[in-house]
Ligand binder design. Structure first.
Ligand code: CMX
Length: 136
């Protein structure tokens, strides 16, 4: 598998608007996009930090992945996403090495990326996302 960089860090928050204010007014970052990802039951806000993004995640449904995470663990770092060359081939490789997949095949995520998640139970506690820009 070829990881080029950390594409983004996902952070679960209770209130997107309030958290965006902190990132903008205290950290001096600029929110460049807000997007609802309906099938993931989240509203997201993005900031660029070098070549890595911060993705804030507010749940739109208490039964969604971020809603359940906040209920159990509270706000905080939710996942780490690596930019890879070939999500499908990377999935096949990590599965062959015994890692449990959440997504068996790439699917569409925020910003139109092809994404797939690895289960935190087999990645030493860090929910891990592999992603890449679709090749057009
Ligand atoms: N990081 C680390 N561990 C996590 C976790 C996270 N984000 N979310 C859940 N877990 C842990 C739970 O605490 C639990 O641990 P214990 O068994 O020790 O209590 C374990 O994983 C399994 O949890 P679960 O309750 O059985 O399963 P859930 O129904 O909570 O699902 C997960 C967990 C990771 C499979 C699910 O959240 C998932 O499929 N995530 C992928 C999709 C996603 O997170 N989407 C939101 C972001 C979308 C985006 O970026 O646009």
């Amino acid at each position: 598998m070829n990881i080029s960089h950390i594409e983004h860090i996902g952070i679960a928050v209770k209130n997107l608007d309030e958290t965006v204010k902190y990132y903008e007014n205290v950290l001096g970052l600029k929110c460049y996009a807000v997007e609802e990802v309906k099938d993931q039951k989240v509203k997201t806000a993005f900031f660029m930090v070098g070549q890595t993004k911060i993705e804030l995640l507010e749940s739109t449904d208490p039964e969604g992945p971020v809603g359940k995470f906040i209920e159990k663990k509270g706000e905080g770092v939710h996942h780490m996403a690596f930019a890879v060359d070939g999500v499908a081939s990377s999935l096949a490789e990590v599965e062959s090495k015994g890692v449990q997949l959440i997504d068996k095949a790439p699917r569409k995520g925020a910003e139109g990326l092809n994404i797939a998640f690895l289960h935190p139970k087999s990645t030493f506690g860090v929910l891990t996302e592999l992603c890449e820009k679709p090749k057009d």
